[in-house]
Write a new protein. Structure first.
Length: 158
């Protein structure tokens, strides 16, 4: 885990010990190779992230770019956040099935896949999940969720 706030993915990776750098660099390579056009790599929330730039979609609920995926080193494990699996039951099932097919145990929260080594991840499955979320689908899902929240809030103020 880098001790200072990095300004780029390369800087983030340089701040890691060599073994972690090797693992996260390999996962980053898979994400970048499968990332649909329209996302940009950067640093957000102290991790490497891939997001819809604010100049493309500025109307986010928190003022941060709309995140497709993020990758970070935690104290005892690494994390890969996959919004495609979080917001889409079909993609979540494909992720679970892919891990099972490879004989791997999926350690996942809502969107966070926790892993220690490359052997813990089926990289082809990760690539397919990343490729399954073009920016417009993420934007549409964000707007649908937040439109419901806005309409509930309007109903509460009547």
């Amino acid at each position: 885990m880098p001790s200072t706030q990095p300004k780029s993915a390369a800087e983030y990776l340089r701040g890691l010990d060599p073994e972690r750098r090797k693992v996260l660099s390999a996962v980053r390579k898979v994400v970048n190779a499968n990332l649909p056009t329209g996302y940009v790599e950067g640093i957000d929330f102290g991790m490497i992230s891939w997001a819809v730039p604010l100049k493309t979609f500025p109307d986010t609920y928190n003022g941060h770019p709309l995140c497709c995926a993020a990758l970070g080193a935690q104290k005892h494990y690494n994390s890969l956040y996959l919004m495609a699996a979080y917001g889409n039951p079909k993609q979540a099932a494909a992720l679970r099935d892919g891990f099972k097919k490879h004989g791997l145990k999926l350690d996942m929260g809502k969107s966070c896949v926790r892993f220690k080594s490359l052997e813990d991840l089926p990289l082809d499955v990760i690539g397919a999940v990343i490729a399954s979320l073009p920016p417009q689908i993420l934007i549409d899902a964000h707007e649908a969720v937040h439109a419901k929240k806005r309409s509930r809030a309007k109903g509460a103020t009547r």
